[in-house]
Design a protein around this ligand. Structure first.
Ligand code: ZN
Length: 236
């Protein structure tokens, strides 16, 4: 089993070394979902404490850092993520290379005109006694930019994600069971367009049979080893 895993990790490293245009797709398996779920149930009743805790408490895990390292090695076109925790950026992936399909805890959005406000700024207003913070431009209600279950995903992000998925030569799915559409179409678009597909996720996904390499392990351990091999190969 260990040997087999080593072989699979070597295969992934080879694919990365030979790739010119890699996209990484990440989901809840890479997020500290457990620590966030306690906040998700809170509708309204925002307090500075709860908002700031959501953003500050969570820390990147080894897989986030491995992906950020691959970016520094010039291997990453972009990250498409279903997570709202901003941990790819915290680990060092540039903001413009992260497509957040479900929004971000770092931003709030005006329901009227769509203008974005940093969550921290809105939190400050609440702290200063504002009960219902509104948009400076149109007076609309400000709401977390994260989307709730059943809400449509942001159209621009979906389009961007599709464009990158269709133009990459390698897609690595890390920590997503690909259960939520249209997000889960991205690896399908990549595969349709001729890219190699790697899926690293503990549980099964609906498109496992399309994967060139399929690893049923948790993300952190695998991605750290993959990074090690890639660095080794690039050094020789
Ligand atoms: Zn507005």
């Amino acid at each position: 089993m260990g040997e087999r895993l080593d072989e699979l990790i070597d295969e992934v490293a080879d694919l990365i070394v030979n790739s010119k245009n890699m996209v990484v797709f990440t989901g809840a398996g890479l997020s500290t979902e457990a620590s966030l779920s306690s906040f998700k149930g809170q509708k309204g009743g925002w307090t500075r404490a709860s908002m700031m805790r959501m953003i500050d408490l969570v820390q990147p895990d080894p897989a986030h850092y491995a992906i950020a390292e691959l970016e520094k090695l010039g291997k990453l076109d972009c990250v498409i993520t279903q997570n709202v925790d901003g941990l790819h950026q915290k680990a060092g992936v540039p903001e413009e290379k992260v497509i957040e399909l479900h929004g971000s805890l770092k931003w709030m959005k005006c329901l009227g005109c769509g203008k974005r406000y940093p969550t921290e700024e809105v939190a400050n207003r609440i702290e200063q006694g504002v009960k219902e913070p509104v948009c400076n431009d149109c007076g609309g209600t400000l709401k977390s930019s994260t989307i709730s279950f059943g809400e449509p995903m942001p159209l621009n992000e979906i389009k961007e994600a599709e464009r990158h998925s269709r133009s990459c030569d390698l897609m690595i799915v890390v920590g997503s069971s690909l259960a939520v559409f249209p997000a889960a179409w991205m690896p399908v678009y990549a595969k349709e367009s001729g890219a190699k597909l790697v899926i690293i996720n503990v549980s099964d996904t609906p498109i496992d049979r399309h994967a060139d390499v399929r690893i049923s392990e948790s993300a952190g351990n695998v991605m750290s080893k993959v990074l090690e091999r890639v660095k080794g190969e690039l050094a020789t």
